[in-house]
Design a protein around this ligand. Structure first.
Ligand code: WT7
Length: 644
């Protein structure tokens, strides 16, 4: 298969972009022709950002898994769909062909059906990075169940909140997950999450680590047993078959929870047709994917990057997607390079935090590793600093591989701003140009478009003027929340929450969040959520959380905490608070620094002046700006003096 919609030159990019803006419906209809439909659409696009309401390919019928699997079988059945590299390099690699993937996904679909899962039901998936996770996701999609994958680092409490919000009745999990030297007891965390839960009827447990687990009669069942039974049901006369559910273009495909500036994560909802088309189109074009290439995205499927660019984008394009169970530093800091060498990886897509952490080990872990198969490098999750960009370019790409700096979000489903590998120019630390169909605009605080007067670089809040096929459709169970979060800050615009610069050539550079959201190691964490968790601790009266620059994580978490009661051992109290945050959210949200303070800088109306706290956390103690609104300026001096 070659992709006739694959952009081959800067000229073609410009043409495609122009057409996509002038005639968006004709443009996307022509892309949509490359997919397998049960029935074609009545209307390409209906939208308004007021409600908001966005419908792509209304009236069309399809099943995403027929596009990700079945349509490749006739020509590419024996081609690897997934290559699975285990945590422990001594363990056997698994190569999953498209034929095998088809069989496994049909089995999962049958297993889910046998357990009463129906179209529209929510299935929570809490697994490690095993191929069965991909089967589980696609098995849900095959029967039209809505998957809600939860990253393995989230706590029981976080899972409980998400189960309740989604009213999930089914869970698929593992006994445990390998992560470097550790085993994460996933099933045990699920058991804790289910204390008091009234909706979950079934928990399906895949055996990965063989750690002891509690299996509750009538509720918990083994994946292996169920799959074996399902296997017999789907095989008839030596042929594998499980009829995929016919889905409407706008039926939900999945929910993925993400943090915002309020205390509670939101369930971002993506729908079938638009999501599929957008992740496919951006995958093929941004990475300039060529048939037969081995593509390796190092993300976890618990995050949107894994959904869009390990599973749906690559598989819908008939690509070979390498899935990695482990961590970059186990058994040593050469792990990524071993994988690239061993599997002759052509495209590597990773995060700046991983690059920075590996940079810290120098070039020794690269010695003896043959990286000559690499053609394209990618970056995602946060702005890539120039130092990391150059290290990646020189040591990994050997200055021969274009680096794509891909800006996007959970809410956008796929890449909105990026250079196209080898096709459009790159510019270190700049995401560069919008994808076809994407119309960014920079606005000031009042929502007024910032227009350059003199070809100068401008700055503003990054918004989108019109929908692309992968745009968020709603926040699960609460459409008003979707409206207020993304479509109400500025009239008639989708607001990303990021600030950006735009140069005279139209390139964008993302400068980071402008709301109270942190980006820690490429993961989004709301400060309000962390504060709520800290405040749960029995000795805490109040807290304020801000980000500060961190060499590896990008941003670190700095917490200012007022204690109601001081114990003899402040260091122990800090550990207790960290433990509380781990239990409430997960270890990923643990503050890097906790400073006990007597008071917080507040205005007379009681609002915390975070700007001041941010500056102090950043170590900028001199120019704190206007502090005249402060109720008690003396707290600022005290905080400065005791800064960590
Ligand atoms: C936020 C979205 C996109 C998948 C992973 C994170 C930041 C993401 C870039 C980039 C600068 C970036 C933004 C964005 N971000 N990619 N290439 N350059 N910033 O998904 O958890 O939804 O977070 O990550 O701040 O808003 P997410």
């Amino acid at each position: 298969m070659s992709y006739s919609y694959q952009i081959q030159s800067l000229e073609q990019y410009k043409e495609a972009y122009k057409q996509s803006i002038e005639q968006p419906e004709a443009f996307w209809a022509s892309i949509a022709e490359h997919f397998a439909w049960r029935k074609k659409w009545d209307k390409v696009l209906n939208w308004n950002f007021k409600e908001p309401k966005v419908e792509w390919f209304k009236g069309a019928k399809l099943n995403v898994t027929e596009n990700c699997i079945d349509r490749h079988l006739a020509t590419d059945g024996e081609k690897p769909a997934l290559i699975w590299e285990p945590n422990n390099p001594e363990e056997r690699v698994r190569i999953v062909t498209y034929n095998r993937l088809h069989k496994r996904v049909c089995q999962v679909a049958q297993m889910l059906k046998n357990n009463g899962v129906k179209k529209g039901d929510r299935v929570c998936i809490y697994m490690g990075m095993v191929p069965e996770l991909a089967y589980a996701i696609l098995g849900c999609a095959r029967i039209g169940a809505i998957h809600s994958v939860i990253f393995g680092g989230f706590s029981a409490q976080s899972i409980a909140d998400r189960l309740e919000d989604a009213k999930a009745e089914f869970i698929i999990t593992c006994d445990g997950a390998y992560r470097g030297e550790k085993i994460i007891p996933l099933k045990s965390v699920i058991d804790d999450a289910l204390i008091g839960n009234k909706t979950v009827k079934r928990v399906i447990v895949y055996t990965r680590t063989r750690i002891p687990v509690s299996m509750i009669k009538g509720r918990d069942i083994w994946w292996e047993d169920e799959m074996e039974h399902a296997e017999q049901q789907i095989e008839k006369n030596g042929k594998i078959h499980f009829e995929a559910e016919e889905m409407d273009a706008e039926d939900p495909l999945f929910i993925l929870y993400t943090s915002g500036s309020t205390g509670k994560p939101k369930g971002v909802v993506h729908t079938c047709a638009g999501y599929m088309i957008f992740t496919n189109y951006t995958f093929v074009n941004v990475f300039n994917y060529q048939q037969g290439q081995i593509y390796f995205c190092t993300a976890d499927i618990g995050w949107v990057t894994g959904h869009s660019y390990i599973v749906y984008g690559p598989l819908s394009a008939g690509a070979t997607s390498l899935m990695f169970e482990g961590i970059p530093t186990y058994p040593d800091a050469g792990r990524f390079w071993d994988i690239v060498d061993k599997h002759k990886v052509n495209i590597l897509y990773t995060a700046p935090t991983a690059i920075r952490s590996l940079m810290g080990f120098g070039t020794k872990p690269l010695e003896g590793k043959n990286l000559s198969s690499l053609k394209v490098l990618g970056s995602v999750g946060e702005p890539i600093n120039e130092e990391a960009w150059h290290w990646y370019n020189e040591n990994i790409g050997k200055k021969k591989c274009p680096i794509v700096d891909t800006w996007w979000q959970t809410e956008t489903a796929g890449i909105l701003i990026s250079n196209l590998a080898g096709i459009t120019p790159s510019k270190p630390s700049w995401a560069t140009l919008p994808m076809p169909g994407v119309q960014p605009v920079l606005v000031d605080e009042n929502g007024k478009e910032v227009i350059p007067t003199n070809n100068e670089t401008i700055a503003g809040n990054l918004c989108m003027k019109a929908p692309w096929p992968g745009i968020i459709r709603t926040t699960y169970g609460d459409h008003e929340r979707c409206r207020t979060n993304y479509f109400a800050t500025y009239e008639e615009l989708y607001f990303s929450g990021d600030g950006a610069l735009k140069d005279a050539e139209g390139n964008y550079r993302i400068t980071g969040r402008v709301d109270d959201v942190l980006n820690v190691s490429g993961h989004r964490i709301g400060t309000a959520e962390v504060e709520n968790a800290i405040n749960m601790h029995t000795d805490v009266v109040e807290s304020a959380v801000v980000g500060y620059p961190h060499n590896i994580k990008g941003q670190g978490i700095y917490a200012y905490v007022i204690l109601g009661k001081h114990n003899a051992d402040d260091e122990l109290t800090k550990k207790h608070i960290l433990e509380t945050v781990s239990k409430i959210i997960g270890a990923i949200a643990k503050p890097d620094k906790i400073q006990f303070v007597r008071g917080l800088p507040k205005t007379r109306s009681g609002k915390i002046m975070r700007r001041i706290l941010r500056k102090i956390a950043e170590g900028e103690l001199e120019n704190l700006g206007d502090t005249s609104a402060l109720l008690d300026p003396s707290v600022v001096d005290e905080i400065k003096n005791n800064r960590l």
